[in-house]
Structures are given as C-alpha cells and as structure tokens.
Design a protein around this ligand. Structure first.
Ligand code: OAD
Length: 251
C-alpha cells in the first residue's frame, strides 16, 4: 500500500479536532464494484439522468425506471463494503462528535458498522408508496411497476431524484455538522450536485480544515486544505492509522 504524506498542519488538526464530519459520494463505493455516475465508466456516460432519475421519468415510463433501479440494487447486493467504508466507521470511534453524511444509496456505510448516517439521497433498498407513504424493503415483485401492499398505490424506489427535495432531517443535520466542523472530509464525490456539494464549502467558510480524498480533482479541490489524489479505500485507512498513532491508541 502506498504511504501518504501528512503536513504539520494536518497532524495538528487530526490531534485537536473536536467536531469532525465526512461527506461521501459514489467514489467511495467504486472499489466495491459499484459504478459512479460521472467519469468514463459512470452511469451518466451512457444514460440520460432525465430518463431515469426524475419523477417525470417515473411517470412517463415506470417500468424502465424500476428496471434500472433493480439492476443497480442487484449490483449492490452482489457487492460489499471496502476498506474506505470501514475506515469511516472507525473514525466515528476516534472522535466523540463525528457526523457521516452520504450521497450514496447503497447502505455500505451501515454494513461497515457506521451507526448514524445522514443519507441525503435516500436508500436504494427501500420502496415507498407515492400515495400513502408506506415503506418497505421488498426485493422482488410479481410485476413491474410494483404496487403498494397497503393501498395498491404506486410504489417507487425511496431515493431522491433530480428536482426533488432532500429529506429535511438529513440535510438540516448535515448543514449543522458542516457549519460546526473543525475538520471536514470530502470523499469520492465530484461535488457536482447541490445541495450536497455546498457542504464542504460551508465547512470551509466556517473555519473547518477541509480534506479531499478523490481519484481526480473535483469541483471543490481548489478550496481544500489537503488533497489526497488516490483511492479512498487505500488513503482513508492510512489516515485512521495516523489518528490512532497521534492519540496513542493501540492498533
Ligand atoms: P460522481 O460519479 O459524480 O463522482 C464520483 C467521484 O468519485 C469522482 O470525483 C471520482 O473521481 C471519484 N472516485 C472514483 N473512484 C474513486 C475511488 N476509488 N476513491 C476515491 N474517489 C474516487 O458521484 P457523486 O459525487 O456521488 O444523485 O454524485 C452525486 C450525485 O450525482 C449522486 O448521488 C447521484 C448523481 O446523479 C442522484 O442520482 C440524485
């Protein structure tokens, strides 16, 4: 595994930080085998999000939308969390005040042991009735589009589509964590989609030290205090080891 450099300033903040937050995007799950959205192998390279990830698309062609989500669900089912997810679950144990925010819908953070997670874009495993709001985790359906088992209304994947509001609790708590953080990690996100993309900016504006972990430069790289260009599954475990060393915690 490649070693990473730690600046003095980063070491100081790793030691002294009291309020820590991390925002993750599709890149953290890439090493688990789940495609990202942008970039050369991303979903949006060959698919138009307006035909798959909007309420209008669902109204126009619910079967197509469901087939795409079931396909993605299947990919997630066959995959598992990677060292990047486990590293963030461990980070929560190293700081008393740690907030994990994700744009991902795959539930890998939870599977890796993270307990409190703000899922900004919903959860791909959950279904929700657009008529009565009933939710469940049924995986297979006798027909598409599926019907709500409670009221026979239209069932949809319980994710956030383009143009939709984010869950209030998740975004409010994420904004608060970004505002209050003295250390903020932006991991595997292109920072192309609002309002999630503004969280590292809010953190920075409120005095946080912002660290980016990404394979490539992103929309927020220019304002980050430290940028690690590489795989989150390799870089985050090094950061955890460093925090443990600085805090005198046995491996
Ligand atoms: P993107 O696909 O836009 O960006 C993924 C980022 O991960 C890119 O910046 C990559 O360079 C980086 N990356 C890829 N592999 C990586 C690795 N192994 N380690 C670290 N970084 C890696 O995904 P998001 O930023 O999550 O929303 O996209 C945000 C939202 O746009 C998604 O939640 C989704 C999408 O449209 C909706 O569907 C509403």
């Amino acid at each position: 595994m490649t070693q990473i450099e730690f600046s003095e300033q980063f070491i100081d903040i790793l030691k002294s930080a009291k309020k820590v937050a991390a925002l993750t995007g599709a890149g953290i799950s890439a090493e688990s085998g789940v495609p990202t959205f942008r970039g050369k192998d991303g979903w949006w390279k060959n698919h138009d999000p307006m035909t798959l990830a909007t309420y209008e698309a669902f109204t126009r062609d619910p079967v197509l939308v469901w087939e795409w989500y079931l396909h993605r669900r299947n990919i997630v089912h066959k995959s598992k969390p990677n060292p990047g997810h486990y590293a963030l679950a461990e980070m929560a144990k190293l700081y008393d005040d740690f907030t994990l925010i994700t744009q991902n819908v795959d539930r890998f953070h939870m599977d890796a042991g993270s307990e409190l997670i703000y899922e900004l874009h919903g959860n791909i495993h959950r279904n929700r009735c657009i008529e009565c709001g009933f939710t469940d985790y049924t995986e297979t359906f006798p027909e598409l589009p599926p019907k709500c088992p409670e009221c026979e209304g239209k069932f949809r994947p319980d994710v956030v589509w383009f143009g939709e509001m984010l869950p209030h609790d998740a975004i409010d708590n994420s904004m608060r964590a970004a505002n209050n953080a003295d250390l903020f990690f932006s991991v595997g996100t292109s920072a192309a989609v609002q309002p999630a993309a503004s969280l590292p900016i809010i953190a920075k504006q409120n005095g946080a030290f912002v660290v980016e972990v990404n394979l490539e430069p992103s929309g927020i790289s220019h304002m980050c205090d430290v940028k690690y260009q590489g795989k989150s599954g390799e870089i985050l475990p090094h950061i955890i080891e460093k925090i443990k060393e600085l805090k005198g915690i046995d491996k």
